[in-house]
Write a protein that binds this ligand. Structure first.
Ligand SMILES: *Cc1c(COP(=O)(O)O)cnc(C)c1O
Ligand SMILES: [Zn+2]
Length: 424
């Protein structure tokens, strides 16, 4: 194996592919690739050649970068393929946030509608390599949708634990449709997360939350693909939402690896955006504390409604390495940003639009310069959470202002009715 695992806290190392998610000390683990051995063997030209190849692994926006993801035999790889998402130019959103230009990487265009597919192809591949027949996760929705789909593809049983009543319908319907055994527990996401870790340890079920280090490896490919989209030009900023904090940990890890390999000559800065009602990282980072204090999370962006994020240590380490910042935005700001993203014809779920709300804040505060080269990551698809969309445009979301409402009008059924509506 050309990689091993190392503890984020105490540094203890473990052999590569093992049924283990945490160090004996309780901290999370990193996959450490042998970068010295890889140095000089990889080039951006190789990745570009693979992008137009028809090979099963090359076609995946994750496995195209396989040397930096997971060293396994091709027959073990469970891929759909994933990635290859669009990087949209969003001029109207740019002017709304106060930037000259803004590019949005739409991870909601992955096979199950969120970036979770990039991590899941890594996690389920590790599960297959280890011979697992059952996989499990706690989820605010997208992880379960993705896991259920990849498990079905690989012929594994999927066990899903979701918080009661706090999951968007698009996501719940996917888990059910793909055949996952689904339990709605009477508790929040953080409770579900604790339960599933205990269950997996007791029963030898393979855990596929982002505490699983192989999920983080797959998610690094979002950053790789952004750079590839940009012809390997490094943007000034990459901005993304933070919930359980796996994704921003992955992004910074991947960038640091490319830099160490000499494939890029500078690092982007990173901004992580949290909902004000679920902001433990924002608080810890602002206070420069070494411990993260869990909060009781409440936001209508349910994908980031997490008060006790698993990957907070990796997240802070990555923020420091990329000269990063953390900001927070209100649900009202998220909703208005979402109306802008949707209105540009792009469209994304609420948590994704925290990205754009956060950029607006950081530009207003002078942290991001108006002429900076900024890439925002949209994490999930518009169709994941239709209730919020319709509620916003019909102005029925209690406690919120539908600033950019586009409500449907009820009219009669004659041509005259239609013409009156058209002119009115
Ligand atoms: C999971 C998820 C997030 C949060 O990502 P973390 O890695 O948990 O920080 C944000 N947006 C969407 C749509 C998600 O599904
Ligand atoms: Zn340790």
């Amino acid at each position: 194996m050309s990689f091993h695992l190392a503890c984020v806290g105490c540094g203890t190392t473990y052999d590569g592919l093992k049924l283990r998610y945490r160090c004996d000390c309780g901290e999370t683990l990193d996959v450490i690739h042998d970068l010295e051995r890889l140095k000089g063997t990889l080039s951006t030209a190789t990745f570009d050649a693979r992008r137009i190849s028809r090979d099963r692994l090359d076609k995946s926006g994750v496995w195209r970068f396989r040397e930096l993801i997971l060293d396994v035999a091709p027959e073990h790889v469970v891929t759909k393929p994933e990635g290859n998402t669009n990087l949209y130019d969003a001029p109207r959103v740019a002017s709304w946030v106060g930037l000259d230009a803004l590019a949005l990487k739409h991870e909601g265009e992955n096979p199950t509608g969120s970036f979770k597919d990039r991590g899941m192809t890594g996690g389920v591949t590790a599960a297959k390599r280890l011979g697992a027949t059952r996989v499990a996760c706690a989820s605010t929705g997208n992880t379960s949708a993705s896991m259920a789909s990849y498990a079905a593809q690989a012929g594994m049983e999927a066990l899903v634990f979701i918080p009661d009543g706090e999951i968007a319908y698009g996501k719940l319907s996917q888990a059910l449709a793909y055949g996952a055994r689904t339990a709605q527990i009477s508790g929040d996401f953080d409770k579900a997360m604790e339960l599933v870790q205990d269950l997996c340890n007791d029963e030898g079920i393979y855990l596929l939350n982002s505490v699983n280090p192989f999920r983080i490896e797959g998610q690094k490919a979002i950053g790789f693909e952004i750079l590839q989209d940009l012809g390997w030009q490094v943007p000034d900023w990459i901005v993304l939402p933070g919930g359980n904090l796996g994704n921003n940990s992955a992004l910074s890890k991947g960038m640091a690896e490319l830099y160490a390999l000499g494939l890029i000559d500078k690092l982007p800065r990173m901004a992580v955006v949290q909902a004000a009602g679920a902001n433990p990282l924002y608080k810890a980072f602002a206070a420069e504390t070494v411990e993260l204090e869990r909060v009781s999370a409440k936001t209508l962006a349910t994908a980031i409604q997490i008060g006790n994020p698993v990957s907070w240590k990796k997240s802070i380490r990555g923020l420091l390495a990329l000269d990063g910042v953390v900001t927070e935005v209100t649900d009202q700001e998220i909703l208005d940003a979402k109306a802008q993203v949707d209105g540009q014809g792009i469209g994304a779920e609420p948590a994704s639009c925290a990205t754009v709300a956060g950029i607006k804040r950081l530009v207003a505060e002078g942290v991001i310069a108006p002429d900076a080269h900024v890439v925002g990551i949209l994490t999930g698809n518009l169709l994941k959470d239709p209730d919020i969309v319709v509620g916003y445009h019909k102005s029925t979301l209690e406690g919120f202002t539908s600033t950019y409402a586009n409500a449907p009008t009820r009219i009669g059924s004659t041509l005259a009715d239609v013409k009156a509506w058209l002119e009115g």
